[in-house]
Design a protein. Structure first.
Length: 335
């Protein structure tokens, strides 16, 4: 067995059949497909069972509702122990026919890489191609000089097509849209641990930081997945997203299993990210003031001040404030 594909399913009947077909129709066919029904009530399990009856590669696992991360972790834990690679696919996204073929080839050609990722195209509920909303996320950029205490936003470099995606890129900005565009080595996933079940929106980013801290991620300049871009996928609690993004970075820069140089790099990238975020919020505040929207201006000024504070803290060598915040986040999330 070469590849394990895991799809967590929660009331995904509307698009599940198409997702199933996108996997079973892969040109690379040495895979198992595990679908974890996370307490669905819309007949999703029946759809999977019908396909599994005629295709031994497809397997259904059922559990009470425990959330996205827990369902992914269940799928990974029930995978064939001999599979080399693993890919997590959401229940409304679609793999392109050659996705597994090109990603497996890329990983086999780069034995030192921890994973491989391709590009995505966005589709709407009807399956029609639409523009990606966060187009800037497709840009893989690294800060040119991470040692500087501050760098202007233009002091970044876009990675070439033949360059892998290092932690330098993931630590600065998130450019991977969805988990289904990434194929990982299972042994590397075992090294860094499963999806963090206490995270609700930034669990993917958290994993990319941890995986890329162990080695580069190969970039495949091909579209490997159609990403279902709907109103639900675009809207989220921005405060939760912000809090979990910080938590993911804090976890990485306080991970004592990483070399000190890697932790310093993550701290430097965090600092540059926060300086640039503060500059953005100041710009937004200026726009709001010109439009006489005082409430939005104040909100953006407060946000800019908080980001500047994060950047200034990252200039210090102390780690205990981050240890404390990681511990407090976990305590708050498990109450």
């Amino acid at each position: 067995m070469t590849v394990t594909v895991v799809t967590p399913v929660f009331n995904g009947a509307d698009h599940l059949q198409k997702t199933l077909r996108s996997v079973t129709a892969q040109t690379f066919d040495d895979f198992e497909y595990i679908l974890v029904d996370d307490g669905s009530t819309d007949g999703s399990a029946s759809i999977v069972e019908e396909v599994a009856t005629g295709d031994p590669r497809v397997r259904l696992v059922q559990q009470p509702n425990a959330g996205l991360s827990a369902a992914r972790n269940t799928g990974a834990s029930t995978a064939d122990p001999h599979s080399e690679f693993i890919l997590f696919l959401d229940d409304d996204d679609l793999l392109r026919p050659t996705a597994l073929e090109v990603l497996v080839a890329a990983l086999r050609a780069a034995p030192g890489a921890t994973a491989a990722h391709g590009d995505v195209a966005a589709v709407d509920d009807a399956g029609e191609v639409v523009p990606l909303v966060r187009i800037e996320a497709a840009s893989r950029r690294v800060v040119i000089d991470t040692q500087r205490w501050w760098t202007p936003r233009h002091a970044t470099r876009t990675l070439d097509r033949d360059e892998p995606s290092p932690i330098d890129a993931f630590g600065y900005a998130l450019f991977v849209y969805t988990v289904g565009q990434v194929l990982m080595r299972r042994e590397r996933l075992a090294d860094v641990g499963e999806f963090d079940p206490i995270m609700r929106v930034a669990q993917d980013y958290d994993l990319w930081l941890r995986i890329s801290s162990r080695g580069p991620i190969v970039y495949v300049p091909d579209v490997v997945l159609d990403y279902r871009q709907t109103g639900d996928s675009l809207s989220s609690d921005q405060r939760t997203t912000r809090r979990e993004d910080l938590f993911a970075r804090f976890k990485c820069l306080t991970d004592r299993s990483l070399p000190p140089a890697t932790r310093r790099l993550v701290r430097n990238l965090h600092r540059h990210h926060e300086w640039h975020r503060a500059a953005d919020r100041l710009t937004y505040a200026g726009v709001s003031l010109r439009q006489r929207d005082v409430r939005s201006a104040v909100r953006d000024l407060v946000s800019a001040g908080r980001s500047a504070g994060e950047a200034l803290l990252a200039l210090t060598p102390v780690a205990w404030p981050y240890d404390v915040r990681v511990r407090r986040f976990r305590q708050a999330a498990t109450r």
